[in-house]
Design a protein around this ligand. Structure first.
Ligand code: ZN
Length: 279
């Protein structure tokens, strides 16, 4: 992983080519390469024949400046480049740039949807030193939206609980996940979500790791938990199927290797392999 430093105040002058995350609608401009896609690295988007509607400085990636900018509707990509959705470039763009593309999209989306104050309706302006939009009349600060969601791998001895969610477009099975409600702790959200989705009670909830999930502005907070009690009761609105799976009997389709869902599953499989090797 390269080192990224998040910054608000842009350099006075841009002297070297920078990474430009150029957004049109919900798509980002990518350059086709032999092995996938990359992000254009130029001094200014003018070089690509593109005009900027709004822009935010993101910071430095290994010393190279990074910007997010919105293009006009209907802006034409230069030859060899395309505007593509994040899901389409997932796995084709290197991890550091993908993370920044997600960040850029969220910041641009927040900027264009917070032009007016939610309290008094007056116009806002971008704060000079903080990632915030400030109401010019009442001073209320509007920060980028971030929706925390828990994601949990539930274990029962040699089995894990996986669900085929109704929202999945393919027969993929994944760990359970859901948004955190106001006033709830993360552990309470884990308990509630598992109970709601399949009627099972869990215990021994432990933090695993987290992952920004820019679809559109979530932060996935991963946990492991052990089965405590209950029988699977399918919640039809959420899932098509929920079941217990052993390492030798996993569903054919699992989430992408870049996702925290898959990291949770793979971490379980590695541990299981290790404990099997001891017996
Ligand atoms: Zn206001």
């Amino acid at each position: 992983m390269k080192e990224f430093i998040s910054l608000i105040i842009p350099p006075k002058e841009q002297l070297d080519p920078a990474w430009w995350f150029l957004i049109r609608d919900d798509n980002v401009l990518v350059q086709q390469t032999s092995s996938g896609v990359s992000i254009p690295r130029v001094l200014n988007p003018i070089e690509l024949g593109l005009t900027v509607l709004r822009q935010h400085y993101l910071g430095r990636l290994d010393g190279c400046h990074c910007y997010a900018a919105e293009m006009a509707e209907g802006a034409t990509p230069p030859q060899g480049m395309n505007f593509e959705g994040l899901r389409k470039i997932y796995g084709r763009l290197n991890e550091d740039l993908f993370a920044l593309a997600g960040r850029a999209l969220q910041i641009i989306d927040w900027d264009r949807t917070h032009g007016f104050c939610g309290r008094c309706g007056s116009e806002t302006r971008t704060h000079a030193t903080e990632r915030a939009k400030e109401c010019q009349k009442c001073g209320l600060l509007h920060f980028p939206r971030l929706a925390p969601a828990i994601i949990v791998l539930v274990r029962r001895d040699r089995e894990i609980l996986l669900a085929r969610a109704r929202r999945f477009t393919t027969p993929m099975y994944s760990t359970l996940a859901g948004f955190v409600e106001p006033g709830e702790t993360l552990e309470e959200a884990v308990m509630r979500e598992v109970k709601e989705e399949c009627g099972i009670t869990v215990k021994d909830i432990h933090y695993f790791g987290s992952q920004p999930w820019p679809f559109p502005h979530s932060l996935m907070i991963g946990f492991t938990a052990n089965y405590a009690s209950g029988q699977i009761a399918l919640n039809d609105e959420e899932n098509i199927d929920v079941g217990w799976f052993t390492p030798g009997n996993l569903p054919l389709q699992l989430p992408s290797e870049m996702s925290i869902a898959r990291m949770l599953i793979d971490s379980f499989l590695r541990r299981q392999q290790f404990s099997d090797s001891l017996t």
